[in-house]
Design a protein. Structure first.
Length: 297
C-alpha cells in the first residue's frame, strides 16, 4: 500500500480550482486508488475529472449555497450532497462548481476497469456503466466507508483486506448496473446500448438542425471514424441517412395536420427550400409530401 498527503497527479485525480484550499490523503491498492478530500476554506471552487478509471464519489459532508454538477448528459443543482454517491464511468467528463455552506469532506475511489482481482469471466472490463448523480446505496456506502478507514489507519499489512474491499466494491457496482454486460462484444464494433440510446435522444432533440458527425461522435466518446463505423453497424444505415429518416418520420406527423403547409413543414425540419424537402421525402417514401398527405385523406 502507498500513502501520501501531497496533491495527487492532476492527470489521474479530480482537480480543484483553487487548489490551495484542498487537503488530500491518498492510498493505493491493486485495482483501487482512494483519496480522502477536505476543503479547508469557505470559498467557491471548481472541480473536474476525466480519466481512464471509473470514479465513485462518496460525500461524507457536503452542502452548498449554490452550484452545479455535470457528468456527460446529466446535471444537478442539488444543495445537500451529504451521504450521496456519484458514479463517473471511465473516460466520462465530470465537472462542476460550488459555493460551500459547510467545509466539504468527500472520498474518491478510482477503480481499474480491468478489475485485476476479479475473475475474468465476470467481464467487468466489458461492462458499460451509466453515469449516476447523487444517489444512495447502503451496501456501496458501507464498503466505501470501510475503504476510507483504511486510508486513515495507515497500517502496513492491511493490503489484502483493502484489496478484498475493492473486490466487494466492484461486485456492488456490477449489482447496481443490473449485472448487465455490454450487449455486444467489443470486437463487433457496434455502439454500446448506452451509446445507442444517447445518439437516438440527441438526434430526436436536434432533428431539425444540421448535425455534424464530429458532435455526434463526441457525445459517445468515439473518434468520428470509429463512430461512423459503429453507428452503421448498430443502426444499419449511415448517420446522415438515419437523421433524414427521423426527419421524414417527423414530417409524416406534421403532414397529418392539414392546417400546416408543406412549405412550413419543410422549414420547421430545417430544409432551406421546399424542393429539398420534397426530394428527401420522396427518396425515402417513394412519394412526394403532397401525395403522402392526399393518401391520408
Amino acid at each position: 500500500m502507498s500513502l501520501t498527503s501531497e496533491n495527487a497527479n492532476a492527470t489521474s485525480s479530480v482537480t480543484f480550482t483553487p487548489s490551495h484550499i484542498v487537503k488530500r490523503r491518498a492510498a493505493a491498492w491493486l485495482g483501487v486508488r482512494a483519496e480522502a478530500i477536505q476543503i479547508t476554506d469557505f470559498q467557491p471552487f471548481d472541480y473536474k475529472f476525466q480519466g481512464p478509471r471509473h470514479l465513485l464519489i462518496a460525500s461524507e459532508r457536503s452542502e452548498r449555497n449554490d452550484g452545479e454538477t455535470q457528468v456527460e448528459g446529466l446535471r444537478s443543482n442539488l444543495r445537500d450532497l451529504t451521504r450521496k454517491l456519484v458514479l463517473i464511468p471511465a473516460n466520462s467528463r465530470f465537472h462542476g462548481w460550488q459555493d460551500p455552506r459547510v467545509l466539504t469532506r468527500v472520498n474518491y475511489f478510482y477503480i481499474d476497469p480491468k478489475g485485476p482481482l476479479l475473475a475474468p469471466e465476470l467481464g467487468f472490463d466489458d461492462m458499460e456503466f451509466e453515469p449516476r448523480l447523487f444517489f444512495f446505496d447502503a451496501a456501496i456506502w458501507e464498503t466505501a466507508r470501510k475503504l476510507k478507514a483504511q486510508i486513515e489507519q495507515q497500517r502496513q499489512g492491511d493490503d489484502r483486506y483493502a484489496e478484498a474491499l475493492g473486490v466487494v466494491l466492484c461486485h456492488e457496482l456490477i449489482r447496481l448496473n443490473g449485472g448487465k454486460l455490454a450487449a455486444e462484444p467489443r470486437t463487433t464494433g457496434g455502439l454500446a446500448p448506452w451509446q445507442k440510446k444517447r445518439v437516438e435522444q440527441y438526434v430526436a432533440k436536434h432533428v431539425s438542425e444540421r448535425l455534424l458527425l464530429s458532435n455526434m461522435a463526441e457525445i459517445v466518446r468515439l473518434s468520428p471514424y470509429h463512430f461512423a463505423h459503429a453507428f452503421k453497424h448498430s443502426f444499419g444505415v449511415p448517420p446522415h441517412r438515419y437523421h433524414m429518416m427521423r426527419r421524414v418520420e417527423e414530417a409524416k406527423t406534421l403532414l397529418a395536420k392539414l392546417d400546416v403547409s408543406i412549405t412550413e413543414i419543410g422549414m420547421r425540419l430545417g430544409f432551406s427550400e421546399t424542393s429539398a424537402f420534397t426530394t428527401g421525402f420522396h427518396k425515402l417514401t417513394g412519394m412526394s409530401p403532397t401525395q403522402y398527405r392526399r393518401a391520408l385523406e
